[in-house]
Design a protein around this ligand. Structure first.
Ligand code: ADP
Ligand code: MG
Length: 887
């Protein structure tokens, strides 16, 4: 559409005309394709990731590089050109390794961001379907519901009780009423009630609109603001590790300085000692810590995404593993959300079963009324991809009703055409009912209502017996409620149906007030929604992992109880079911007690959900809560882990959440918890390894010098070792699969810090042990070969040997290093790489010369093997002892 046409001030049909589209059919695929060539993809300029060259350049702006630069300069000025060049090579290699990790981490993060792509419901080729929002073009007819994100700028064609939230565009947080009436030409964007704008959301109601602008041509595109700014991705753990890293730098520098002074005082060459202490500092500074942590997080999260659990914010990962309660909704998460109508219970007492004996609508006025209500008070659509196939689009409850009507022989399209809809009150989770107003024959009005049985009965004053209407007295109301309970008790989802027939005299009433009373009850419809097959096992798994599962459902008590029972929600323990009504008057103390003991909350509103989550949190629980609607957003935000549904969820709910389940499946939450635990475990392993190894390096050299032994390692040897033993094992630990029994123990308390006292003590004694082994090997070598290159070669081999051995130890703090090794091929690959690089160092003559290594003897080989095996043996022994003490 050209700039000078102002769609907000035109009639909707005129806009359709200008955009050359028939709103009833939408664009054809070929038209859409053609237009896309002009309009381009419907995307805004996104935040560009840090370019590769920048990441590379940034590698050189580090302390390590500065230190290595000084070391190279020292080597150069003292006339050791080969050494200087070698140090520069190390410097470049270090930067490249850093670049590699950071680039990988960045790519993984990008991949995560890309998963969050939006979809839009669009009418094309005469049928409705869901497409990637990126593929929208001007002229597309889009259908929007409460909670949707507006995917492009669009002119309203139909609006029912439509309100939008436009703060992203106008800064105004109050919701705005919208209608399809043209607005005056000179109105400002914030007042164009006939338009929907990209970046805003539908707060309530329903809309059909024509896309007028996409991507950069939209109003949002004009202001050039970004819808989704990349949030800060640092997790609390990363921040803590980073801080620790910074503190360690000073400690390491102090030790390096002490080494320098000590060596110099006892008469070693000053410049050599400068290089040694710099190399030591380079080796001991945990420079890889932030990048590797991010990488472990990002790789772990990508792995979770393959399991259909999409983590929207990295910090979530840490909390996930500590989850103690999962509050889950029922429909679609525990159940398939593949509804099918089982039976109608009519108000004359008849029960009509579907799927059995053929039923016909002919001459059955009451059944026709009931089915008509399900068809008219319904925003789903049926279409026929082929002659013998019908497919529903929209809410599963409603598509099920359409399929049933179709099966019963009602012509859905004709029924709708002969009863044009003129007004509607859409379904929402608070009112639990939907009402539509239709034009009927001879200027009459027909009002249809469907919803929770109790709500529908409350709005009804009489009931139909087919031929006549009887007042809905307490006795008949009780009868219908009993009927409802009986159906719900069989785990069926039940809706009440009612209608109101007005003659033309009353037609004015029908557009506004008085819509919610005076109905005639016509019956109930019961549908099944089978539990998802994998959920029962997942619930059992949750219980084994010390996680309580609580069902929060908008559905009624009986249905909820029946499903909870079927799924063994509480295992062998008795099931506590509560109607949300009983929460209303509970005192805070009662409330706190109730949430701790109740397993199923029925008829909850989104506000109840929020209160329940808050009460659980006050009781010290770490709460994951699922949600899909706009109204769920507060509870999702409040929860420790907000879980939104990928398929069924609204965009608003997704944005408020931390985790999105691509398949809406409860079991996926559990996989995410497992993923969270595994990632945390892998970070722990990596931190364990890095800190104990670095401590060992520093200690070995420091103690050797303090004890008056000749210098055990040369600067380049230290640097080489640092290159070889840091990255590969870290990466291998990063991709380790979860321990087999990771979901067999209770959640980690979020209060225990990663670097707890116990962990620090563990790191301290193990680092000391490694250093002792290295020193023992060196002392042996000194006594065997005397001071010089050969003895240093042994110290070098011993240090690398202990690190290879300890690498296996770090796979677990409590369990044997050999457990599950066959499932971790990368552990072997990393160990082999470390060993292989050593062989290379001895085999490649120039490298051997630069590193000043002597060819090892058989005895040296044996000693080296011991340095690998002894740390494993010692740590295995301590693990075994502590396992025996605390089984
Ligand atoms: P849940 O997802 O927890 O099963 P919902 O919030 O979807 O519950 O639905 C709550 C109740 O609202 C349902 O039990 C039903 O009575 C009613 N309901 C659900 N969907 C519709 C609809 N499309 N139209 C009218 N009423 C509905
Ligand atoms: Mg629902």
């Amino acid at each position: 559409m050209t700039e000078n046409i102002k769609p907000h001030s035109l009639d909707a049909p005129a806009v359709a005309n200008a955009l050359n589209v028939n709103p009833a059919l939408g664009l054809s695929s070929s038209q859409a394709e053609e237009r896309r060539k002009d309009s381009g993809p419907n995307i805004l300029q996104s935040i560009r990731p840090r370019p590769a060259w920048r990441i590379l350049v940034d590698q050189f702006a580090s302390l390590i590089v500065a230190l290595l630069g000084v070391a190279a300069a020292v080597a150069w000025t003292t006339g050791d050109v080969v050494e200087a060049v070698a140090i520069l090579v190390v410097l470049v290699l270090n930067a490249l390794v850093g670049f590699g990790t950071e680039w990988q981490a960045g790519r993984a993060l990008d991949a995560l961001r890309r998963q969050a792509h939006a979809t839009a419901r669009v009418r094309r080729n005469g049928a409705e379907r869901s497409i990637d929002a990126e593929a929208l073009v001007p002229g597309d007819i889009i259908i929007l519901n409460g909670g949707d994100r507006v995917p492009a700028d669009a002119r309203l064609f139909e609006a029912a009780a439509l309100r939008t939230e436009e703060s992203a565009l106008t800064g105004e947080s109050a919701t705005v009423n919208k209608s399809a009436e043209p607005a005056r030409a000179e109105t400002l964007i914030a007042e164009r009630h006939s338009m929907l704008y990209l970046g805003t959301t539908i707060a309530a109601g329903r809309a059909i609109a024509i896309v007028t602008a996409t991507g950069a041509s939209t109003e949002l595109g004009h202001i050039g603001r970004l819808v989704a700014e990349a949030p800060d991705e640092s997790t609390p753990l990363e921040i803590r590790l980073n801080e620790l890293g910074h503190r360690l730098v000073y400690i390491v520098l102090a030790i390096a300085l002490a080494v320098l002074v000590a060596g110099w005082l006892r008469g070693d060459d000053f410049w050599i000692m400068v290089e040694v202490s710099i190399s030591l500092a380079v080796a001991a500074v945990p420079e890889g810590l932030p990048a590797v942590t991010t990488l472990i997080l990002a790789l772990g999260v990508l792995r979770m995404a393959r399991e259909r659990a999409i983590v929207r914010r990295l910090p979530t990962v840490e909390t996930l593993g500590s989850t103690t309660v999962i509050c889950t909704d029922k429909t679609g998460t525990l159940t398939e959300n593949r509804m099918s109508v089982r039976e109608f219970h009519l108000s004359d007492g008849r029960r009509i079963e579907l799927g059995g004996r053929p039923v016909s609508l002919n001459d059955d006025g009451l059944l026709t009324d009931a089915v008509r209500i399900t068809v008219l008070c319904n925003e789903a659509a049926l279409h026929r991809p082929s002659a013998d196939q019908v497919e529903g689009v929209g809410d599963p409850t409603e598509t099920a009703l359409l399929s049933a009507a179709h099966e019963l022989g009602m012509d859905v399209d004709r029924e709708r055409a002969s009863h044009p809809k003129i007004h509607e009150l859409p379904f929402d989770a608070v009112t639990k009912r939907m009402i539509t107003v239709h034009r009927a024959r001879n200027g009459r009005r027909f009002i249809a209502m469907k919803g929770a049985p109790a709500v529908v009965l409350d709005a009804s004053t009489d009931y139909s017996t087919g031929n006549s209407r009887l007042p809905l007295d307490p006795e008949s109301r009780a009868r219908f409620l009993n009927m409802n309970e009986a159906v719900a008790g069989r785990a069926l989802r039940v809706l009440g149906l009612a209608g109101k027939w007005l003659d033309s005299l009353h037609s004015e009433v029908s557009d506004g007030a008085g819509l919610e009373a005076g109905f005639t009850f016509v019956g109930l419809v019961g549908m099944i929604d089978p539990p998802r097959p994998e959920v029962a096992a997942a619930i059992e798994g949750a219980l084994a992992a010390g996680i309580r599962v609580v069902m929060l459902t908008g559905d009624q008590t009986q249905t909820a109880r029946a499903i909870a029972h079927e799924l063994r929600l509480t295992g062998d323990a008795p099931l506590q079911v509560l109607h949300a009504r009983d929460l209303a008057n509970a005192s805070p103390e009662d409330f706190a007690r109730i949430v701790r003991t109740t397993d199923v909350f029925a008829r909850v509103s989104p506000e109840d959900k929020l209160r329940i989550v808050e009460a659980l949190q006050q009781a010290g629980e770490i709460v994951a809560v699922t949600g899909d609607g706009v109204n769920d957003a507060p509870a999702l935000k409040r929860a420790d882990i907000g879980v939104a549904m990928g398929e069924r969820g609204t965009e608003v709910a997704k944005e408020a959440s931390d985790l999105v389940l691509a398949d809406d499946n409860f079991s996926t939450i559990l996989k995410a918890v497992e993923g969270g635990r595994a990632i945390y475990a892998n970070i722990t392993k990596f931190v364990h390894m890095m800190f104990s190894n670095n401590l060992a390096e520093v200690l070995a050299i420091f103690v050797a010098i303090a004890a008056g032994l000749p210098l055990p390692l040369l600067p380049l040897q230290i640097l080489w070792m640092n290159l070889v033993t840091d990255v590969f094992p870290a990466l291998a630990l990063a991709v380790e699969p979860a321990e087999r029994n990771i979901m067999r123990h209770p959640p980690r308390s979020p209060k225990t810090a990663l670097l707890s006292r116990r962990f620090l003590i563990l790191i301290a004694w193990q680092g000391t042990m490694l250093a002792a082994i290295v020193l023992a090997a060196y002392v042996w070598a000194l006594s065997h070969y005397g001071e010089g290159a050969h003895a240093r070669t042994i110290a070098f081999l011993a240090l690398i040997g202990t690190q290879i051995g300890h690498f296996f130890n770090c796979r677990s703090r409590t369990r044997s290093a050999f457990e599950g090794l066959s499932r971790s091929p990368f552990i072997w690959v990393a160990a082999a790489t470390m060993a292989g690089l050593q062989v290379l160092a001895f085999w490649l003559t120039p490298l051997t010369r630069v590193l000043d290594l002597s060819q090892p003897t058989m005895a040296d080989g044996a000693v080296t093997s011991l340095t690998i095996l002894v740390p494993i043996a010692v740590v295995e022994l301590t693990k075994w002892v502590s396992r025996r003490q605390r089984p």
